[in-house]
Design a protein around this ligand. Structure first.
Ligand code: SF4
Ligand code: SF4
Length: 364
């Protein structure tokens, strides 16, 4: 693989911290959270933003954890803006006062993506393990739209809140969001530990597909709806990260550079760090980023498949965790695994959900 055949990255996900005041049991952060004392400095991040812009990146999503847990968030946003990147802040809204929001926007924040745990206050409390989290988010969303910053609502859906999807769509409209992401939980990491609480039923999944279809039709031109269906009931896998090392790169709080959130579960790969590697070197030359580019790594069923440029064989982390082979076709794929491998696992759905049955991620 060389610079001619590898496209430049377009998107940088800057995970500036894993600290978070919420404790969502499906959090996409790894189960081994990176500690504050090894987080990159403000100057390190400024260099990452400059290098990524030079590499061709157009947009940075500053994320976490909760990025507001970093006292230097305004400086980080300013540095990304200075590097000429479009700056999207992914936040829970908790820990950002109205004045701080104004500072962030003044420093160059172009867009805000607000996570939503549930439209029901008790449901939001159960998932976030934080009192009044919904009420605080609603207040924050109003501040955002009052100053005309484009707002996306990111609603993570699962068995406990999917029945409130119509209300979720309605709330996104009422908040003035321009875009709504309806993202079903991906069962890796923390979510895998809570699968028996969170996994929807087939009936919920089918109903959700229909509700999203109807909402997209009726709200066309008013609210853009992105949708991540329930993986386990899909016919084909999703194009994980739009293909390994094709579009996006993630920099973790300690500076490790990853092609996807869960890539550290692929322990046979060594992920370079921005402390001692340039982003250009990582993107084009590193073994980790080149490992699953192209199709030479694929098993025959994917290499000869007409969908290989659509889904790129799906998720490497899911292939490793369920099949024990990171090069296998995604376990979701009905062509490669016609016997419903993913659904036939031993998940026992719990009927009653109490907080002490949930494995919450810690705050830090
Ligand atoms: S705990 Fe929740 S709000 Fe915090 S980073 Fe994880 S998913 Fe986001
Ligand atoms: S066989 Fe491979 S490329 Fe084809 S649909 Fe399945 S996962 Fe995708």
């Amino acid at each position: 693989m060389n610079q001619v055949t590898t496209p430049a990255p377009q998107v940088l996900l800057a995970e500036v911290t894993h600290r978070c005041p919420l404790q969502c049991p499906y959090c996409s952060n790894p189960t081994e959270l990176i500690k504050k004392d090894v987080e990159l400095s403000t100057a390190d991040w400024a260099r990452v933003f400059e290098e990524s812009a030079e590499l061709g990146v157009l947009q940075v999503s500053i994320s976490g954890g909760e990025p507001a847990a970093r006292r230097d968030l305004t400086e980080l946003i300013g540095a990304a803006h200075e590097a000429d990147l479009y700056v999207n802040l992914i936040t829970s809204g908790i820990g950002i006062t109205k004045d701080r929001l104004n500072d962030l926007v003044g420093a160059g924040c172009d867009h805000i993506q607000l996570s939503l745990q549930d439209v029901d206050p008790d449901g939001a409390k159960l998932i976030s393990n934080l009192n009044k989290s919904l009420e605080r988010k609603l207040e924050f969303a109003k501040w955002v739209t009052d100053i005309s910053v484009p707002l996306t609502v990111n609603a993570v859906m699962h068995r406990l809140n999917l029945d409130r999807l119509p209300e979720t769509i309605k709330l996104a409209q009422e908040l003035g969001a321009r875009r709504l992401e309806i993202a079903n939980v991906q069962y890796h990491g923390w979510a895998a530990l809570n699968k028996n609480l969170l996994m929807p039923t087939q009936e919920q999944s089918d109903r959700t597909n229909q509700i999203v279809k109807e909402a997209r039709e009726s709200l066309e031109g008013q609210l853009l709806i992105d949708y991540v269906p329930v993986d386990h009931y899909a016919e084909y896998p999703k194009p994980c990260m739009n293909g390994w090392g094709r579009v996006a790169l993630i920099v973790a709080p300690d500076g490790s550079v990853l092609p996807c959130h869960n890539a550290t579960t692929l322990t046979h790969l060594a992920f370079p760090n921005v402390i001692n590697h340039s982003l250009e070197n990582v993107w084009y030359e590193s073994d980790a980023f080149n490992a699953y580019r192209g199709d030479t790594w694929m098993h025959d069923i994917c290499r000869t498949c007409d969908r290989k440029e659509i889904d790129f064989g799906g998720c490497r982390c899911q292939a490793l965790s369920i099949l024990g082979d990171a090069s296998a076709a995604d376990p979701v794929c009905s062509r490669a695994h016609p016997h419903a491998l993913v659904i036939d696992d031993d998940t026992q759905v719990l009927e009653l959900v109490e907080p002490d049955l949930i494995t919450y991620r810690p705050n830090a």
